[in-house]
Design a protein around this ligand. Sequence first.
Ligand SMILES: Cc1ncc(COP(=O)(O)O)c(C=O)c1O
Length: 385
Amino acid sequence: MTSNTILTESLHTSGVYAKRELVIVRGEGALLYDEQGHQYIDCVGAQGVANLGHAHPAIAAAIAAQAQVLISCPEMFYNDKRALLEERLASLTGMPRVFLCNSGTEAIEAAIKFARVTTGRAGIIAAMRGFHGRTYGALSATWNKKYREGVEPLVPGFTHVPYNNLDKLKEAVTESTAAVLLEAVQGEGGVYPASQEYLLEAQAFCRERGALLVIDEVQTGLGRTGRWFAYQHYGLEPDLVCVAKSLAGGVPIGATLIGPRLREIPTGIHGSTFGGNPLACAAALAALDVIEPERLPERAAELGAYLIQQLRAIPAPVVREVRGLGLIVGIELKQKAAPYIQALTEHGVLALNAGMNVIRLLPPLVITQSEIDQVLAALQIVLKD
Ligand SMILES: Cc1ncc(COP(=O)(O)O)c(C=O)c1O
């Protein structure tokens, strides 16, 4: 029997989402439950939001406490929680300033504007297979035409170059390039980590040519790859870093971190009504307070290395390659991933795709070793079938 929730949503939802026949009503740690009480190990991780797992008591308590004090406070006023969060982000990254907003795409929009206004240049170079969001600026930087078709014209000034190809990047950067915008590990594009040489030389070349380096950490940030931020694996010092998804433990937030080399950003050039609201800031402070003592980046590094190693050992001819960094893991198949993801659901594991052929795993970083082993057991059965 079709559930009432599915019937109601099907009647009233916008239609822009491809949905699965599953009504999720509750979560705890790395587990999710549907309305019949079936349990799933969550390797979707709310698309990279749920790094701390579901219903983390510290996040719930911080939200409840802040809601009783102050939820809204636009940036025309100063606010205690916002100040603390800005200070924390600055001390974590060495990037002294931050623009707070509400989502990943907004963090990218801000970075594009800041790059243009501080360099006086218009050009933005992004990578093929890159994904940066769906509002017009971020969409113009996004590669896959399935997100763009039918909604053009996009914003002028954007070009795309092959990822991990330094020569092509060097050819594309000119004196009108404001910024090069890259993910350190391409997520939606198929889970492709950048090479060390590529990112370091891209940074050096940008500096030489007066262009800024913007790193999109929306999916990779906050411990996912085994470091606080993926760019730290590479020893980079980016000019702008975009963060969102898991920053506030599941409460909507975005942040554009602004490095010391950027010129001053003019007052009034950008803004957001909800940006820097005390509720999201209090949740983010609580999330940062969990990540450190629970050693989530280290956990992601250890469990991710184990997961990738075990996956590579599965003798399944359908698998072309296993890639990843920490707990962002891609299993590239020689066939479409969708039927395998459906089969995984039947074995109690929720997973994502990344493009047509890649099964992507983004479990909460609090996932246990035994849950990882259950995921591996399910994958072993499904990939062999
Ligand atoms: C790398 C990257 N950048 C930007 C975005 C856009 O974030 P949001 O969906 O919060 O707008 C995403 C979302 O998946 C992402 O993975």
